[in-house]
Write a protein that binds this ligand. Structure first.
Ligand code: NAP
Length: 257
């Protein structure tokens, strides 16, 4: 059975590897926003959009895909919506890979949790220097804040850093010591981030808790309902096996025409 893994994150890649280890043919798909993602093309990895839900539905048919795992980032809402629509239309089973939320951390009770970037700007304003880790696509929403260290993996095309800001180019994983040093040495008072979950960028939350830095957390958009959700590789592998068995059974009982 051919399996499409919608990826674009470290998690997505590890999910694709786990499904590959079950012996299925896996195509890992990335949007290709970053130079690193574009370089990953080939060897089971395709790069670039499908052309909306219509394009994805057609691609699923053309490549005889038997199952789709949506392992995109929790904030990549458009791709998730397109996957739900395309899979329903073509009749391909879809599962969602879920990174555990950071809201399970005990100190989250002291965070300012907000639904979007506009609310995050309001929550962060007036509290001193901000460390902003919301991704390069969203930086423009924060221009009204005067004193910001914005950390991104690579600058967005055409981005002009406002006066009073510093653009810090760095790619995780980050450890507790370096995060603590960054916040303490640079006088960071507020951390603005989004509930991406996962371990590779979680150390900033440990550092903020240790230093008493106020966290402004943008909460996740809700996931679509009715889609099976998994957070461990073995459970995904079992789901793939069930789907595969079901589709073989369906083929064996389908009347010959
Ligand atoms: P998005 O808004 O949900 O998607 C916008 C469009 O990008 C989609 O409609 C699709 O184009 C294309 N696309 C997205 N993910 C794709 C994939 N895995 N394979 C092929 N095409 C894809 O996504 P986004 O927030 O811009 O994020 C883009 C990618 O970066 C995602 O794969 C995501 O996992 C990763 N990422 C996102 C964030 C974040 O904070 N949003 C953080 C880290 C990594 P078509 O309509 O043409 O198919």
């Amino acid at each position: 059975m051919n399996v499409l893994v919608l990826a674009g994150t470290g998690d997505g890649h590890s999910v694709a590897q786990a499904v590959r280890a079950t012996g299925r043919v896996v195509i890992e798909s990335v949007a290709g926003r970053t130079a690193a993602a574009r370089r990953s093309a080939g060897d089971g990895v395709r790069v670039g959009g499908f052309g909306g839900a219509d394009g994805l539905a057609q691609w699923l048919r053309e490549h005889a895909i038997g199952a789709v795992v949506d392992a995109t980032h929790p904030f990549a809402r458009q791709m998730t919506t397109n996957a739900v629509e395309a899979c329903a239309r073509v009749g391909v089973p879809l599962a969602r890979w879920v990174r555990p939320s950071w809201l399970r951390r005990p100190e989250s009770l002291g965070w300012l949790c907000v639904p979007d970037h506009a609310a995050a700007v309001r929550a962060a304003a007036g509290h001193g220097r901000v460390l902003l880790t919301v991704g390069r696509q969203e930086l423009a929403a924060y221009r009204a804040l005067p004193d910001v260290i914005a950390r991104v993996t690579e600058p967005a095309a055409g981005w002009v850093t406002p006066p009073g800001w510093e653009l810090l180019i760095a790619r995780g994983p980050f450890d507790r010591v370096s995060e603590r040093d960054l916040m303490a040495e640079r006088g960071v008072r507020v951390l603005v981030t989004k509930d991406s979950g996962g371990a590779t960028t979680e150390a900033k939350l440990d550092a903020a808790a240790a230093l008493g830095v106020q966290v402004v957390m943008i909460t996740r958009p809700p996931d679509p309902e009715g889609i099976p959700r998994f957070s461990d590789h073995e459970a995904i592998a079992r789901w793939i096996a069930e789907v595969d068995t079901g589709s073989q059974h369906e083929r064996s009982v389908r009347p010959q025409v």
